[in-house]
Design a binder for this molecule. Structure first.
Ligand SMILES: C[S@@+](CC[C@H](N)C(=O)[O-])C[C@H]1O[C@@H](n2cnc3c(N)ncnc32)[C@H](O)[C@@H]1O
Length: 292
């Protein structure tokens, strides 16, 4: 509701509304220019990310830097060394946890692992792995199921910082209590603390768990397939993309899966046609699909 006191002589509420939506259009144009500049200068393509989420990230950076307009932010992106990197990291939302959605990990253990037992080599891809908590969870599960020794877990993210952190395999000690609960709900039967050593602030996961992981930068918006996998997890990444980009990613993931391979999406994510028809719903509640 517009406060009447801001109306100038002769203005009507309708005119003010139009003025506000004009400003919205200018902001949208500025955002387009910003995303185009990032793409042309660095090849990171955010042009098909959901605008609502991007706008929040941009406003957050503008507030931190006390910048009045998106154009002033663009000026810094173009001319200030290191500023682009800050913004790229702002666009990477790295919320994650170990054994996130424990019911998914339980379903994976019960409904997917039996189909993997016969493989001589198991290749898994975590696409959009953030800081790696999901990857270490999977490695623990595979070790408990006797599969880790013949597994290679590829884990990728567009964020350089996330990948560097994931490689370290150290997570804040204060989160271990919650992660232990998740682990138990996910069907874990051992002492969770046996998997890591601690100092006063961090839990450091064992080298045996880390040994089967390969971390790399990979961008789902611009890069293609790089191997054939038996399992691909791409959870809580597609929610940030518009349908066109989701469809691109579905194609990359579908092309990267071996026949009868498993694809796992996040709880709020679904498959778009035409790729949907290449899959059977293996455990639909837990968003586990199997390639036909
Ligand atoms: C919310 S986290 C999800 C982490 C983990 N998969 C999970 O479910 O806990 C989303 C991750 O997707 C990554 N991401 C976003 N866009 C991406 C892209 N185009 N290519 C690769 N990773 C991307 C972000 O950097 C972030 O680390």
């Amino acid at each position: 509701m517009v406060d009447d006191s801001i109306l100038r002589h002769g203005d009507s509420l309708r005119e003010v509304d139009e003025e506000l939506s004009d400003y919205g259009e200018i902001e949208e144009l500025e955002l387009d220019l910003l995303l185009e500049a990032i793409y042309r200068l660095r090849g990171f393509d955010f042009r098909h990310y959901l605008r609502s989420s991007l706008r929040r990230r941009v406003r957050h950076r503008m507030n931190l830097e006390k910048l009045p307009t998106i154009s002033s932010l663009l000026g810094k992106v173009l001319h200030e060394e290191g500023f682009m990197e800050k913004l790229l990291e702002d666009f990477s939302i790295k919320v994650t946890e170990m054994f996130r959605d424990p019911e998914f990990f339980l379903a994976f253990r019960q409904k997917v692992v039996p189909h993997l037992q016969g493989l001589d080599e198991l290749r898994i891809w975590h696409a959009g792995c953030a800081t790696g908590e999901e990857v270490y969870s999977m490695a623990i599960l595979l070790q408990e199921e006797g599969l880790l020794d013949r597994s290679i877990i590829y884990a990728t993210d567009m964020s350089k910082i996330a990948i560097a952190q994931a490689k370290q395999g150290k997570f804040p000690l204060k989160r271990m209590q919650a992660y232990t609960r998740n682990y138990l709900q996910a069907g874990g039967t051992r002492e969770f603390s046996a998997y890591y050593k601690t100092d006063h602030a961090y839990a450091f996961f064992q080298p045996e768990i880390k040994g089967h992981m390969m971390f790399a930068e990979h961008n789902l918006a611009t890069d293609g397939s790089f191997n054939e996998f038996h399992v691909i997890l791409c959870r809580n990444v597609l929610i940030y993309f518009d349908p066109e980009l989701q469809s691109r990613v579905h194609r990359v993931l579908t092309d990267s899966l071996a026949p009868s391979g498993f694809l796992v999406l996040g709880g709020k994510e679904s498959f778009l046609s035409p790729h949907k028809s290449s899959f059977a719903e293996h455990a639909p509640e837990e968003r586990i699909f199997r390639k036909l």
